[in-house]
Design a protein around this ligand. Sequence first.
Ligand SMILES: [Cu+2]
Length: 197
Amino acid sequence: MKRNLVLAVLVTTAFLTTAFVTSEAGTISGKVAGVKGESVVYVEAIAGKTFPAPAEKPVKDQKGLMFQPHLVAVQQGTTVEFLNSDKVAHNVFWPNVSGDKKLTKHLGTWPQGEKRPFKFDNPGVAPLLCNVHPEMAGYIVVSPTPYFALTDKDGNYKIENIPDGQYTLTAWHEGAKTSSLQVTVKGNTQANFTVSK
Ligand SMILES: [Cu+2]
């Protein structure tokens, strides 16, 4: 009898735990103010958590003598395909990742229609350049977690399917100081930034 009671309690506990975990995923939404145009908002690394690399391979194009899109955000471990759509040869390199010069990479120079992949295993911001056209610039922001979003042009963002918990949330904007804040996510949560150059 006593044993059955213990079993019943264990089964109930397991059921409630499962129900609790599956139902408690929320969103973080808000605005990055103080600057104009797109920013990236992402959740910093979470202690004890790793995430499988996504299978999708976003394309960073070089078209019309520009990196397109100008700003791309990916999860750590993502392979980005660098495409050249122009008639002229382009080059791709970045001198650092978030200032770390050891993470510099020269992908080389290639003609129209070809693409080269690179897997971004380190989180941070890679400022892309082309040594054929010094005016070309683009960015890849590598988020350490799958919880990231590109804002719209007015700075609004939404990160979905994030488990309840406490996180460090960071906003990055080209040419501005990177800004972080602590957020407690419980259901639908608001987090607003004001960044400055
Ligand atoms: Cu170029």
